[in-house]
Design a protein around this ligand. Structure first.
Ligand SMILES: Cc1cc2nc3c(=O)[nH]c(=O)nc-3n(C[C@H](O)[C@H](O)[C@H](O)COP(=O)(O)OP(=O)(O)OC[C@H]3O[C@@H](n4cnc5c(N)ncnc54)[C@H](O)[C@@H]3O)c2cc1C
Length: 481
């Protein structure tokens, strides 16, 4: 029987950078659901925030804590910002290239709620794609594609591996250490910016294993998304557009964000999302747009090539034309609770990194572009913690559980769930709507459904329960009686 030293679930920035930091002579296996690029990392546009110099560390910490609205763990934020420069440098030393000016100086841009320019970007607005390709090219360990993890093999305080569904068959994969780097929860919502592989099944399995999920009510909605497409993943218009001069207008071309916050377009994204949502509700039928008229065409094409060409495919000529926008679900601040070494409480050999983890580095609201940094910094910590983790593996037999993953009617119920989450557990919440959502989810759970839908429902229920437990609005959780 094959026993891996480490199995990593997920091939985004968190999983791949964990792998990069585990020596080649270790037996490591990375698993991902579809193709390797089907992950949120690949779609990241804006960039990676990182302190520009030693002096900027304290300011970056301050900005992160302020955005987090009092819910951050300050020690975690300190780790993120003080280890960030070295972590990013370690990738640059291996050959990762960020955008530079003609003199070869790194170009830093600004995004909402950062008090200075500190966002590195690559390929203009293709940071995620460039970083992902780089990590794939430098990956020293085998990667198994089109493999869905459907169970965590666990007994007492240890995990023994995972059960996967691959090429139409179930099988167990055994390991000494397990790293969960499976991303967020986007597909639970009707409108979202996430990759289609991001559907919260690992959070659901973690719950079933007895792990604690924390801060699940803290769901971040991105304010500027083009949602009028048939695709499940909606087209994001990066925060850095507003940072560099795009603005939000109504049908008459009037800027209205200043009526909501004096920082206008540069307010934190939860404030901008709520403002747009509220404006649309008050002006039924009126559209809200992102306007790029401040940009010169050749600069725009060079700086935002992905957005330029994606929107061209959708029939928009940028920067001349404005684009109708809506907020959409974007990022999960909450996740599986772990310590600063990424270790999950009460388990000897279970680690969690990236968007699926809750280190409380983002608190109640993530500062823009801090998540790629989190993926890099905490994956290095995970690799170090694993190297110190002396787990002797004594094999135990796990019964082959082949619970059906899907059942007839699941697809319709899944879409209904996504609507419930968007309508009742979205940008502006009320106790009444949350209670109604909880009731509907409870009813679905009792039906004859497949395992993957049950996992989605369990995580949705956790989000709703956490939202009901937090009576006051805080950060991204906004509740109106
Ligand atoms: C459109 C968009 C733009 C963004 N822009 C930025 C930005 O500019 N800067 C920034 O800092 N952040 C940005 N973010 C957020 C950031 O991209 C993500 O938080 C980050 O990439 C998450 O990385 P990750 O490695 O944790 O997860 P992902 O990159 O999402 O990877 C998850 C992996 O887990 C695998 N997986 C999931 N479930 C299973 C399963 N059951 N079995 C097997 N494998 C599984 C998936 O296949 C995938 O390989 C953006 C997000 C989106 C969606």
């Amino acid at each position: 029987m094959q026993i891996f030293d480490v199995v990593i679930v997920g091939a985004g920035i968190a999983g791949l950078n964990t792998a990069l930091n585990i020596p080649k002579d270790k037996k490591v296996l990375i698993l991902c659901k579809e193709n390797s690029w089907d992950c949120n990392t690949f779609y990241a546009q804006g960039g990676i925030s990182v302190p520009v110099d030693e002096e900027d560390i304290e300011l970056h910490i301050k900005d992160t804590l302020l955005a987090g609205a009092g819910l951050c763990d300050e020690d975690a934020v300190r780790v993120l910002c003080s280890e960030g420069m070295d972590a990013v440098k370690s990738l640059m030393d291996r050959g990762l290239e960020f955008d530079k000016d003609n003199e070869g100086n790194l170009l830093y841009t600004k995004e909402a709620a950062h008090s200075r320019n500190r966002i590195l970007h690559a390929g203009g607005d293709a940071t995620g794609r460039v970083v992902h390709l780089f990590l794939m090219q430098n990956n020293p360990h085998p990667l198994m594609y089109k493999t869905t993890v459907v169970d965590i093999l666990k007994k007492d305080d240890r995990v023994y591996g995972v059960r996967v569904f691959h090429k139409g068959k179930f099988k167990n994969i055994y390991c000494k250490n397990l790293v969960l780097a499976s991303g967020g929860i986007g597909s639970l919502y009707e409108f979202h910016t996430n990759s289609r592989t991001i559907s919260a099944d690992i959070q659901g399995l973690a719950l079933e294993c007895g792990c604690e999920l924390r801060d699940m009510e803290m769901t971040q909605f991105h304010p500027t998304v083009f949602v009028n497409t048939d695709k499940a993943r909606k087209q994001l218009l990066s925060e850095s557009l507003r940072g560099e001069g795009a603005y939000v207008v109504n049908e008459k071309g009037e800027r209205f964000l200043f009526d909501y916050d004096e920082r206008g377009e540069l307010s934190p994204r939860d404030i901008v999302s709520r403002a747009i949502f509220d404006y649309k509700q008050k002006h039924k039928g009126e559209r809200v747009y992102l306007s790029f008229e401040n940009f010169e065409k050749s600069f725009f094409k060079k700086r935002f090539p992905t957005i330029y060409y994606n929107l061209k495919d959708l029939g928009f000529n940028l920067p001349e034309e404005r684009v109708p926008i809506s907020p959409a679900f974007h990022y999960a601040m909450g996740g599986i609770k772990c310590d600063l070494d990424t270790k999950v409480a009460n388990f000897r050999n279970l680690f969690v990194v990236g968007e699926v983890a809750s280190t409380r580095v983002h608190g109640a609201n993530r500062l823009a572009s801090n998540s790629l940094l989190e993926g890099i910094v905490f994956s290095i910590r995970a690799a170090k913690a694993i190297s110190r983790n002396d787990t002797d593996f004594s094999h135990i037999e796990f019964e082959d559980k082949n619970e059906p993953l899907f059942k007839e009617g699941d697809k319709e119920k899944k879409n209904e769930l996504r609507k419930i989450m968007w309508d009742d557990v979205g940008i502006i919440r009320s106790r009444e709507k949350l209670k109604s959502a909880l009731h509907k989810v409870d009813m679905f759970i009792q039906e004859d459904i497949g395992k993957l839908l049950r996992l989605r429902l369990r995580v949705s229920k956790e989000i709703i329960k956490s939202a009901l437990n937090r009576k006051e609005s805080l950060g991204a959780h906004y509740i109106k009686e």
